[in-house]
Design a protein around this ligand. Sequence first.
Ligand SMILES: NC(=O)c1ccc[n+]([C@@H]2O[C@H](COP(=O)([O-])OP(=O)(O)OC[C@H]3O[C@@H](n4cnc5c(N)ncnc54)[C@H](O)[C@@H]3O)[C@@H](O)[C@H]2O)c1
Length: 273
Amino acid sequence: MSDLLGYKGKRVIVSGCFSGMGEATARALIDLGAEVHGVDFKDSALPLASFNRVDLRDPSTIDAAVAAIGGKVDALFNCAGLPGGGAFPALDTFKVNFVGTRHMTEAVLPLMGPGGAIVSIASTGGLGWSRRIPVHMELMQVQGSQAAVDWAEAHPEHVAEGYAFSKEAVIVWTQFMCARLIKQGIRINCTLPSPTQTPMMATFQATSGKDVVDAAAEPLGRYSTPEEQANGLLLVNSDMAAIVTGVVLPVDGGFMGSLATGQIDISAMMKRG
Ligand SMILES: NC(=O)c1ccc[n+]([C@@H]2O[C@H](COP(=O)([O-])OP(=O)(O)OC[C@H]3O[C@@H](n4cnc5c(N)ncnc54)[C@H](O)[C@@H]3O)[C@@H](O)[C@H]2O)c1
């Protein structure tokens, strides 16, 4: 297989390797010849170089996993996530999607050198990020996982059901970190998947309403597959994307473009929910 993407022999970490997009990403990286270290709070059946059980709500499990992996790390794929909408406590969703993802990244960064790459899965659910940048910039200044959780507990008016705010925070944090990390030759990006057929989908349909979910899949005419989402992550973390950083990349079959050009009416879409 050609190695244009440059993963052969690379040491990579994939969070959320148990199912969905993380599982598809880890599987593709194994096929591409990478040394794949997986973390999740559920065991993985994949032939990984190592698996460490991590609960992203608990920073000590993240630190232990990263210490066990050790060595040099070339790429990090932050794929683990929890839905919101009342299906889980809002604070848990915030902890997994933002606080734990940030903690994981900060733990891995000292193991990375020039050429290192980080990608996180955000969501089109975080598309409201630009409406409250001052709030997110306040959160960006809050260092440390416990302090970020304390901040969230003090601001339920922003965190709300947890999912949208946590994904907005990932989007803002990605853009906030890119300029300082590129000085070390390290890139950081995130993706915005459109509705994707993974185990999480049943919760999205139950909490947001199937009509709302389907509206976001309308340009493509179907839900995307975990493999299509994995490919977007592989592309942006690959050697081919050498100076691509701070990018919020829709992997969405045209949903964001349709919104931006008024071809999907977001308020009509929300009324359907
Ligand atoms: N499926 C969609 O339509 C969709 C759309 C936009 C964004 N996303 C995002 O994509 C990412 C992947 O989700 P998916 O759709 O593949 O769903 P999924 O449920 O199949 O995968 C989520 C993974 O995260 C792991 N995880 C959950 N809580 C954890 C915790 N506390 N600690 C460690 N691991 C934990 C799960 O075990 C699982 O392996 C998530 O961040 C999700 O928010 C999904």
